[in-house]
Ligand binder design. Sequence first.
Ligand code: ATP
Ligand code: MG
Length: 419
Amino acid sequence: MKASTFPIFTLKDAPADAEIISHKLMIQSGMIRKLSSGQYSWLPIGLKVISKIENIIRNELNAIGCREILMPFIQPAELWKESGRWDQYGPELLRFKDRNDRDFCFGPTFEEVITDLIRNEISSYKQLPLNLFQISTKFRDEIRPRFGVMRAREFIMKDAYSFHSNQKCLDETYDIYKLAYTNIFNKLMLEFTIVDADSGNIGGNQSNEFHVIADTGEDDLLLDESLNGMNLEIAKIKYSEDDLSKIIKKSGLIHKKGIEVGHIFKLGKKYSESMKAKITLKDSSITNVFMGCYGIGVTRIVAAAIEQNHDDSGIIWPQSLSPFQVVLIEIDGAKNEQVRIYSQKIYNELCTSNIDIIYDDRDLKMGSKIKDWELLGIPHVIIIGKKETENNNVVYKSRLSKDKKEFSFDKLIEKISKS
Ligand code: ATP
Ligand code: MG
């Protein structure tokens, strides 16, 4: 990719109203722009990060036999009335009427829609277990949208649903998702923890949350030394205040802040009973389907990753999330034809080696180019100017260590593919 055809909308200064570092850096590096409260447009470089996250999620879910679907964003009220949540869900559910005076809402979550889909398709235990997921926009009219995409009103979530003819199958599948989620967050290269959680608005009898550990997190976690533990919210439900402080003292649990990036639930029959999703079992008896649901906050992960990976100059992307693997910064190529020819040659060769590279061929001063790419956090930086062109080598800089070294082309490829 050439920067002359890939718009880079970096800003000189961080926005004054952004409270946390990820929000500041996402705006300043031109990943997102605000439309209105809790609503953001994703610009090309931001969208590239989203697609990296989505691909990691897709691969892991496909590996456990979960198949992708896509459901409508706008949902009819009838389904929510059937499940009982039309009245239970508060003002976070954004409701409206169509031209025929029928009630609708913007989808904050999809248990009703998927249960409706499945009750019409599945009638026998022979068709189960079944695992489906989608990656799509959700809308929640949050009381306090803040921190950019961290707590937005419109955001991208991956939601998966599983269907079973018995509790045992649900229990086993739940553990499989837990492991798949662990693989996903490991591949995303984030420091995270799994805690016992409250099922909240979604319902069910068991749930776990996945948290990225960060001081700016909105959730309070009680963790042991190996970072296992529970959400303080659920600890408060389980124990009295006195008991809780005793437990904390005795067990040496530590209080950390977390950003909730994933949440899995055993729903059991909550939706299949209220919405009458039934199947025939082997012995011809009829039962309501057992369900699980599994969410990941795709856009929130982008912000959480930046909270964990940045320095004073900007973002430092983990390899797995970086919008590009390598940036090639050409110095004065617009004025010096030899530099342009040489940079183009190195760029072509790196493309041929299947390296995901952006070639900064913009007519800008070296200082501003370097500043841009430090802000954007690409892990490997190659610099080519007059001297490098004459010496037939390149300068290589790592974003993380900021070490600068001269390399021949072969050594460069070796260096990049190793790290
Ligand atoms: P929170 O407690 O942060 O409000 P939640 O428990 O209501 O989240 P879930 O219903 O569990 O959220 O949704 C699944 C995932 O979607 C969450 O783990 C989170 O990563 C993401 N998510 C939820 N609400 C938002 C939001 N307002 N903005 C961005 N991501 C969100
Ligand atoms: Mg949750």
